[in-house]
Each structure stands twice: as structure tokens, then as C-alpha cells.
Design a protein around this ligand. Structure first.
Ligand code: FES
Length: 247
């Protein structure tokens, strides 16, 4: 008989279930299959009602995240051969409300992301400024934010973050990392606007520096380092604003 592997998937249908229920599937083991390939096999061949998200299959869109044996992972870049012959348990990303099966509601994250204006803000635009031209940037200026620009909004860091689990109002790792990304872009002039959000009660100071966000980040964005640097920048800004009498 061909090799097989067992996947236990947490199911939840809001129209029928009052709580999550595990369902196990034993499927053929293919050593070059990702977990997402296995889920696609189950959906195509075994149970078409299984709900989960995916799009790019190449660790770019950030939509296929779920808890794999208790750890937040991208399932398109996590392979069965890492676990075989042991069983794999799949649950929806922790710390988010579940919509159905492995699909979570990301509205809270999207709202927080928008609140820090993750785009380049030009404040002192002159009337005659040619906005069709490029804003030039040196390689070293780009290095200042490049690492954080790799974030794909997969929210694995939120599923790993104990502070977000305890305090859902916390802005959270990816949003602060992306704040850092734009604040440190030489073309941007929006740091003061974003400071009102990141330095507020539910901003950087809620982070207890556990570092699990950095551990699980599939793109090595190092959100924990970005948060700690943002704390330093916020404290320095506050100090100089007091010295200068600015609010
Ligand atoms: S399917 Fe796009 S990141 Fe996995």
C-alpha cells in the first residue's frame, strides 16, 4: 500500500456548529507536497466543503497561514516531509475570530493597518512640485527600511503574539513594523502623523518583548526589533518635544 499521512483539521460551520470539531483525513503521502497541496487534495477528492484561504502558492500573498501543530506557518511553504510519518494538526490562526473552518476574520488587522497610513506621505509639497518625477533614493537610504518592506501581511505574527492574545486593542507586530518601514523611508514625511497612533496607549508600549513574532515571520521582517526601535524613536521625540515646548 502507498505511504499515507494523517491530517486532523479543525472544522467550524457557524450555521451548524456551536464549537470547533476535529476531523481527520488519511491521504496519500507525497514527499514534495506542501500542506496546502494536501488541503487541495482533500478539497478536490474527499470533502469539497473544507474552507481555507490561499492564492499565490509561493509565499507572497500571505493568505494561507494557519496553525500547524500549534505554530503559525504558511502552508504553501511548509512541506509534509517535515512531519511524516507523524500526524499533522491544522487549526485556524490563533487570536482571530473564525469565519469558517480554517478561515479567520482579518478586519481588526486591516483597520489597524489603515490607521498608521502605510503609504508615502508628502507633506510639504510645493505648488510647482513635479509629482510625475521620481524621488531618488540611494541604496543605503533604501537599506534603512528594506527588511520591513518584505512584510506580506500574513498575520502569523499576530497569531504568535501573547500581547495581542491578551489585549486585542494592541496595534500588533506587523502594523508597527510597517509603520517603521514608512517612517524610515527617506521619501516620507508622515512620521508625526503615525506617532499619534504608534505611541498611544495601544501602540508600541504594549509590547512585552517576547519576540515570538520574529520567530514565526516567514519573511524575516523582525517585527520585534522594529517595535523596540520605534519605542526608542518615540521616547526621543517625546523628550525633544518637551525641550522645545512642542506638544
Ligand atoms: S498561498 Fe500565498 S502565501 Fe501561501
Amino acid at each position: 500500500m502507498a505511504d499515507q499521512i494523517k491530517l486532523t483539521v479543525y472544522r467550524y460551520n457557524p450555521d451548524k456548529d456551536s464549537e470547533y470539531r476535529p476531523q481527520s483525513f488519511t491521504i496519500p503521502y507525497q514527499k514534495d507536497w506542501s500542506i496546502l497541496d494536501a488541503l487541495n487534495h482533500i478539497k478536490a477528492e474527499v470533502d469539497g466543503s473544507l474552507a481555507y484561504r490561499w492564492s499565490c502558492r509561493m509565499a507572497i500573498c500571505g493568505s494561507c497561514g494557519m496553525m500547524v501543530n500549534g505554530t503559525p506557518r504558511l502552508t504553501c511553504s511548509t512541506y509534509l516531509n517535515e512531519f511524516y510519518p507523524k500526524e499533522i494538526t491544522l487549526e485556524p490562526l490563533a487570536n482571530f475570530p473564525v469565519v469558517r473552518d480554517l478561515v479567520v476574520d482579518l478586519s481588526d488587522f486591516m483597520g489597524k493597518l489603515k490607521s498608521v497610513k502605510p503609504w508615502i506621505i508628502r507633506k510639504n509639497k510645493k505648488d510647482d512640485e513635479d509629482t510625475s518625477s521620481e524621488y531618488l533614493q540611494t541604496p543605503s537610504q533604501m537599506d534603512a527600511y528594506y527588511q520591513q518592506s518584505l512584510c506580506i501581511n500574513c498575520t502569523l505574527c499576530y497569531a504568535a503574539c501573547p500581547a495581542y492574545g491578551l489585549h486585542p486593542d494592541f496595534l500588533g507586530p506587523a502594523v508597527i513594523a510597517l509603520t517603521y518601514r514608512y517612517n524610515n523611508d527617506s521619501r516620507d514625511q508622515g512620521r508625526a502623523e503615525r506617532r499619534e497612533v504608534v505611541a498611544a496607549e495601544n501602540g508600541v508600549w504594549k509590547c512585552p518583548v517576547v519576540g515570538d513574532c520574529t520567530e514565526v515571520c516567514p519573511k524575516h521582517v523582525e517585527p520585534s526589533a522594529a517595535i523596540q526601535r520605534t519605542k526608542v524613536n518615540s521616547a526621543v521625540s517625546w523628550f525633544f518635544s518637551r525641550l522645545s515646548g512642542r506638544k
